[in-house]
Design a protein around this ligand. Structure first.
Ligand SMILES: *[C@@H]1O[C@H](CO)[C@@H](O)[C@H](O)[C@H]1NC(C)=O
Ligand SMILES: *[C@@H]1O[C@H](CO)[C@@H](O)[C@H](O)[C@H]1NC(C)=O
Ligand SMILES: *[C@@H]1O[C@H](CO)[C@@H](O)[C@H](O)[C@H]1NC(C)=O
Ligand SMILES: *[C@@H]1O[C@H](CO)[C@@H](O)[C@H](O)[C@H]1NC(C)=O
Ligand SMILES: *[C@@H]1O[C@H](CO)[C@@H](O)[C@H](O)[C@H]1NC(C)=O
Ligand SMILES: *[C@@H]1O[C@H](CO)[C@@H](O)[C@H](O)[C@H]1NC(C)=O
Ligand SMILES: *[C@@H]1O[C@H](CO)[C@@H](O)[C@H](O)[C@H]1NC(C)=O
Length: 397
């Protein structure tokens, strides 16, 4: 049996697109957009393309205990890692707002045996991080086996899936589907970081494989949404099927293949109510609030910037006003936009009235007059007698 952990060198395209978008915005507006994912002063804000916001950090004095990351600059571009016992996981993105960490935990390749037993997962500090059972699945490529997964020390929940070898079908599915022929999918048995995994030779009816026969399997832990988008499932299956996933890594000809799983994190494992009175309370910025992060029976909290602000709630003045007027697509305004602290006003230009949030919603006073006259002839022409002034509260997820 061979077991290897492979990391790919492809950064998230999403990030590149986001960065491009930012550049475009900056070039059309004179307002310099604030770096919305602030690190502590004197600490690096990015590693390669990945932003590193506090409480995460690289280097002494830059992170909260438990949130230490390393940036390995021998890669081009540099890569960000969670350093773990005997292993490491690449960090692809960090979301402060949702308390999520997107990681590439590598690929496990199993060859040459008819039974495999192992413990696999992301050996993270359980008081802070949880591999989310809601957002992730195990995907096992190959055929002729049964896969069983459970949380160590928990007897009652075992999740299983089987993958058959059928005539005319490849040993590793390559159609992007994972329905039990050449590939099977299993949900997470519960919230945890490490899992007890067992794979055993298995044959179903019409199966080409024989019981007890050695089989090959390739195991990944993936975010469901990631697996289902941009042909990620097909690309990964093809790379495995073509033998591009080897003990030495993934051949560059495999294209943009990587894996991505989502890990939820807490700033602290206490509740907002308990944390608020403590000296260790994390929500340090003005215009921020505390959000309880429930997972089943236990809680923890994260901090968020209030509506109308964005940035880093964990550092003083980290939450900064959003200038909505620079983003009319998101904060609709076809009239005159005026940014205010935490909000914005959208009004019709002088001499017009109507609805400034509708295209052509502001109407010249003279037109309005003739419109009112027309009302005598057409019953469908309604115009407000007094033009309303719109004060808009922001809508942020
Ligand atoms: C950076 O990555 C290279 C290649 O994997 C490795 O040999 C080296 O030890 C890493 N450096 C640090 C500081 O972790
Ligand atoms: C794998 O683990 C299971 C349960 O812990 C055990 O019954 C089985 O014998 C183990 N198999 C091997 C090959 O170690
Ligand atoms: C937050 O911390 C608690 C206590 O350690 C833990 O049980 C819970 O799962 C954590 N929540 C998340 C979202 O990680
Ligand atoms: C799990 O099962 C073993 C053997 O059946 C038993 O000794 C142990 O107490 C069980 N553990 C739990 C947490 O139920
Ligand atoms: C497993 O993979 C090896 C190469 O790594 C190959 O030689 C062998 O035929 C494969 N076994 C099965 C059952 O597909
Ligand atoms: C996904 O794969 C199909 C078939 O290979 C291809 O036609 C399609 O363009 C791909 N879509 C993306 C987003 O790459
Ligand atoms: C919270 O985490 C600390 C260590 O970080 C631990 O001592 C404590 O028991 C945890 N509390 C809960 C409720 O999990």
């Amino acid at each position: 049996m061979t077991l290897c952990f492979i990391h790919q060198n492809h950064m998230m395209r999403v990030l590149a697109i986001a960065a491009l978008h930012l550049l475009q915005l900056q070039s059309i507006t004179p307002v310099l957009l604030a770096d919305t994912n602030l690190p502590l002063p004197g600490c690096i804000s990015k590693c390669g393309e990945v932003r590193v916001p506090f409480p995460f950090g690289v280097g002494a004095g830059c992170y909260r205990e438990g949130f230490k990351l390393t940036c390995n600059e021998t890669y081009n571009p540099p890569k960000l890692f969670l350093e773990l016992d005997n292993t490491r996981a690449e960090v692809l993105d960090i979301s402060l707002h949702h308390g999520k960490l997107y990681v590439d935990n590598g690929i496990v390749k199993l060859t040459g045996s008819n039974r495999y037993n192992m413990t696999w997962g992301i050996p993270l500090d359980e008081s802070i991080f949880t591999v989310s059972p809601f957002w992730n699945n195990f995907v096992i490529m190959g055929c002729g086996f049964e896969f069983l997964v459970s949380l160590p020390h928990v007897n009652d929940t075992v999740v299983r899936c089987t993958s058959s070898c059928l005539r005319g079908r490849p040993a590793v599915a390559t159609d992007g589907l994972c329905s039990g022929v050449g590939c099977c999918e299993a949900s997470m048995p519960g919230a945890g970081n490490m899992y007890s995994i067992e794979l055993a030779s298995y044959t179903a009816r019409n199966d080409l494989a024989m019981r007890g026969q050695p089989f090959n399997a390739t195991l990944v832990m993936v975010e469901n949404e990631w697996w289902d988008t941009d042909n990620h499932s097909m690309l990964l299956q093809k790379a495995v099927s073509d033998g591009l996933v080897t003990s030495w890594g993934i051949s560059s000809s495999a294209g943009p293949v990587q894996t991505m799983a989502v890990v939820k994190w807490n700033f602290s494992n206490s509740s907002c109510a308990d944390a608020q009175s403590s000296s260790d309370f994390g929500c340090r910025s003005s215009n921020s609030y505390c959000h309880d992060h429930w997972t089943g029976k236990s809680s923890g909290y994260i901090c968020r910037c209030s509506n109308g602000y964005e940035g880093n709630p964990y550092i003083p003045n980290g939450c900064q006003d959003i200038d909505e007027c620079t983003d009319p697509d998101k904060y609709q305004c076809f009239g005159h936009c005026i940014n205010t602290d935490g909000s914005y006003n959208c009004i019709c230009p002088r001499g017009t009235s109507g609805n400034p949030q509708k295209q052509h919603g502001c109407i010249k006073a003279a037109e309005k007059f003739s419109g009112t006259l027309l009302m005598n002839f057409g019953p469908f022409n309604h115009l407000p007698a007094v033009a309303p002034r719109f004060q808009t509260r922001k809508q942020r997820s």
